[in-house]
Design a protein around this ligand. Structure first.
Ligand code: PLP
Length: 234
């Protein structure tokens, strides 16, 4: 088996074990392969092992890979910070956006989602640990933002996303993920998605209700930000 195939098997085993440990059905937890900085060939290999959902953070890099992989039925998720001038391309090249944190961006995505496409699936990113450097809306601004976004015609508000402060302390991880779940439940908007958990904390996120775990390093290895992202695929 290749390294990627072995990694995928390991991550699937972790997801299954975590689901079993808390009495959840493993099929209710989606594995989103975070492929930023990785060449198209790596995504192709992951697809061959059964992965279909890919998360990208940088628009230009994602568009290049999408055109290199357009023969495959992949589902694309945008998970990075969003500038206004990128919304048109994001609205027409992605199936999901996990990183919406202000109304202006949501309005633009709704206006710019092409008519022939289904509504764009949206998660609102919440700054759950209150770090000033992090993206995400403040928890106390979330209900108003969520209600406004839920009214936009070309979007489907699916749920919430968070990237908690990096820590190896399980109790802190657990508290952050539980907070996201509680914020979601408190809004009564019938949200079905909690996008939380990465390579180092997916078990804790699953125990607190994650429906997407976003996994990069554990699938594709460490990222090398010095290398040109997509030229390596040729
Ligand atoms: C890079 C990234 C991930 C993946 O993180 P790993 O620790 O490599 O699994 C998940 N979510 C977001 C938003 C990311 O930017």
């Amino acid at each position: 088996m290749s390294t990627i195939a072995e990694n995928i098997a390991t991550v699937r085993t972790r997801i299954q074990a975590a689901a079993q440990a808390c009495g959840r059905e493993p099929a209710t937890i989606g594995l989103l392969a975070v492929s930023k900085t990785k060449p198209a060939a790596a995504l192709r290999e992951a697809f061959a092992c059964g992965l279909q959902h890919f998360g990208e953070n940088y628009l230009q890099e994602a568009l290049t890979k999408q055109s290199e992989l357009k023969d495959l039925p992949l589902v694309w998720h945008f998970i990075g910070p969003i500038q206004s001038n990128k919304t048109r391309a994001i609205a027409s090249h992605f199936d999901w956006v996990h990183s919406v944190d202000r109304l202006k961006i949501a309005q633009r995505l709704s206006e710019q989602r092409p008519e022939g496409m289904p509504p764009l699936n949206i998660c609102l990113q919440v700054n759950i640990s209150g770090e000033t450097s992090k993206s995400g809306c403040a928890p106390d601004e979330l209900p108003a933002l969520a209600h406004a976004v839920s009214q936009l015609p070309r979007l489907t508000l699916r749920g919430l996303m968070a990237i908690p402060e990096a820590t190896t302390a399980v109790e802190a991880q657990q508290a952050a993920f539980a907070r996201l779940r509680e914020l979601s439940e408190a809004m009564n908007l019938n949200l079905d998605t909690l996008s939380m958990g990465m390579s180092h904390d997916l078990e804790v996120a699953i125990a607190e209700g994650a429906t997407w775990v976003r996994i990069g390093t554990a699938l594709f290895g460490a990222r090398d930000y010095g290398a040109a992202p997509s030229s390596a695929s040729h």
